[in-house]
Design a protein. Structure first.
Length: 77
């Protein structure tokens, strides 16, 4: 299972690899610096749309794949 800390680490590593300051990445993604700081800290309540904008600005893709084990049942559909 991917966590917010996993995403945070990936974003921070990609930003550093590109030698971008947080302010530069925030501007490129159209988000605030505060948002980027919180995203890189792994804050679990960051907005998905803004997170995707940051990933896009870094040239990262978010790929969803089924887990190899069945997820627990949440009741009937």
């Amino acid at each position: 299972m991917t966590t917010t800390l996993d995403i945070a680490a990936s974003v921070k590593a990609a930003r550093r690899k590109l030698k971008l300051r947080q302010a530069d990445l925030a501007a490129a993604a159209g988000v605030g610096v505060r948002f980027l700081i919180e995203l890189e800290a792994g804050k679990p309540t960051t907005q998905l749309g803004k997170t995707l904008a940051v990933l896009n600005a870094l040239g990262l893709d978010c790929i969803l794949v089924p887990r190899t084990t069945a997820a627990p049942s949440r009741g009937t559909s």
